[in-house]
Design a protein around this ligand. Structure first.
Ligand code: COA
Length: 160
């Protein structure tokens, strides 16, 4: 894939149904969506995503095939988050972080650089906004892509 093969734009409220489908399809494709829960997830995500996007708490991008602006082939988003100031090798960080969410590429377009392209857009935007770090939970399929972009494993733990 060359840069000319795809176009990327910021998602608007008109894209909310597509962004919801990306989230549902992402969980389905990584095997984390129990059978029968798809409709419940869709219904739960829709109002939250619409609300956060409208407030600017969530920022998203959609990728379209070049020359066909209506064919959305992937996307990604970032939830803006606060964090308590913390030390780092480059000084105290206090500028906030972004949680990368809903990274999704349609199956027929995978392994052609689309995921990397949208993630580079996310990273450039985060820099321009003064966001000091991006965090995400990597799927097995996404991990090599994130590592190539410079993401590293952390010590995060979780209690459900
Ligand atoms: C993870 C995901 C977003 C990656 O999207 P993608 O468009 O395939 O990503 P890229 O093409 O940029 O990179 C994927 C691989 O293709 C390779 N690739 C990129 N361009 C290529 C090309 N022209 N020819 C061959 N391989 C290529 C990359 O080197 C990378 O290889 P690697 O995985 O062995 O390191 C996609 O697989 C997906 O949507 N999966 C299901 C949902 C999911 O897991 N989302 C992430 C949640 S954290």
């Amino acid at each position: 894939m060359s840069e000319a093969d795809v176009a990327i734009r910021r998602a608007t409220l008109d894209d909310v149904p597509t962004l919801v489908e990306h989230r549902v399809a992402m969980f389905r494709d990584i095997g984390a969506l129990p059978v029968g829960e798809e409709a419940a997830l869709r219904a739960a995500v829709l109002p939250v995503l619409a609300d956060w996007l409208a407030m600017g708490e969530y920022v998203a991008w959609v990728v379209t095939a070049a020359g066909n602006a209506t064919e959305v082939i992937g996307g990604a988003g970032v939830q803006r988050r606060h964090f308590m100031p913390r030390p780092s090798p480059t000084g105290v960080l206090s500028g906030g972080e972004g949680l990368v969410l809903n990274v999704y590429v349609e199956p027929g377009w995978r392994k052609r650089g689309v995921g990397g392209r949208v993630m580079r857009e996310v990273i450039a935007w985060a820099r321009s906004e003064g966001i000091e770090q991006l965090v995400l939970h990597a799927s097995a399929e996404g991990r090599p892509m994130y590592e190539k972009l410079g993401f590293a494993q952390t010590n995060e733990m979780r209690l459900a």
